[in-house]
Design a protein around this ligand. Structure first.
Ligand code: GCO
Ligand code: CA
Length: 260
């Protein structure tokens, strides 16, 4: 019997995988047999990350490059394919967030957020798709957000970029489905990571609000993304194109409930 979720030996590149949700998804792919390639841009973080993967028995290969730099991306993609073979799975996870009220947001900072969170996934997708087309297929997974659907105070640039990333996903899926490339997204809800640590403290109004706003009644654990990323990387999703799979404990399903 063939295993629908089998990704053994497939080369998977996860950007921004030196920590957080990127690292959790990268581990899930490696644990299901993928050859793991991680990208980062800070040498010290990369070193620590490779050590952390090793401690869990994962032999991750690290490539340091800036995902917004077109020539660095193209060079590194070519190098990865030369070193390890064709990239079968790309997870566009690298991202930044700035929490600044829109009236105070510097247009240059807005541009920087859009560059990392929206333009770079396009650059990476184009770079890997060129060889995926020649090889007859591949999987591209864009990491979206609750802010692909919803607004929130202070995150105008992030929401604009993540909403854009949802439409980029649909558009690339439209153009590349005929090449057997499935482009989909994962939309994490509110997860317990370093990024949300300052707002997750017990008794903090944001912490209490998120827990009550989430039907599942808790923050997501990074390991909650494992099933979604393996599904969208495997042949189980070969006829799934342009979807955003929200892993959010039900946030988007509900308007919420009144506070007591
Ligand atoms: C925020 C959070 C979010 C999360 C996530 C939600 O400030 O609201 O940091 O932006 O990072 O993307 O899906
Ligand atoms: Ca992060």
């Amino acid at each position: 019997m063939t295993d629908l979720f089998d990704i053994k030996g497939k080369v998977a590149l996860v950007t921004g995988a030196t920590h957080g949700l990127g690292m959790a998804m990268a581990k899930a792919l490696a644990e299901h047999g993928a050859t793991l390639v991680i990208n980062g841009h800070t040498p010290s973080k990369m070193e620590a990350a490779l050590e952390a993967y090793k401690n869990e028995g994962i032999d991750a290969k690290g490539y340091l490059f800036d995902v917004t730099d077109v020539s660095a991306v193209n060079q590194n993609i070519a190098q990865i394919e030369e070193d390890l073979g064709p990239i079968a799975i790309l997870v566009n996870n690298a991202g930044v967030i700035m929490r600044v009220p829109a009236l105070e947001m510097e247009p240059d900072d807005f541009r920087k957020v859009v560059d990392v969170d929206l333009v770079s996934p396009f650059i990476l997708a184009q770079a890997v798709a060129k060889s995926m087309v020649k090889r007859g297929g591949g999987k591209i997974i864009n990491i979206c957000s609750m802010m692909s659907e919803l607004g929130r105070d202070t995150v105008s640039a992030y929401a604009a970029a993540k909403g854009g990333l949802k439409m980029l996903t649909r558009n690339l899926a439209t153009e590349w489905a005929k090449y057997n490339i499935q482009v989909n997204g994962i939309g994490p809800g509110y997860f317990a990571t370093e990024q949300t640590a300052p707002i997750r403290v017990d008794g903090h109004p944001f912490n209490d609000w998120i827990i009550s706003r989430t039907p599942a009644g808790r923050w997501g654990d990074p390991s909650d993304l494992a099933g979604a990323v393996v599904f969208l990387s495997s042949k189980a999703s070969d006829f799934v194109n342009g979807q955003i799979l929200y892993v959010d404990g039900g946030i988007l399903a509900t308007i919420g409930k009144p506070q007591d």
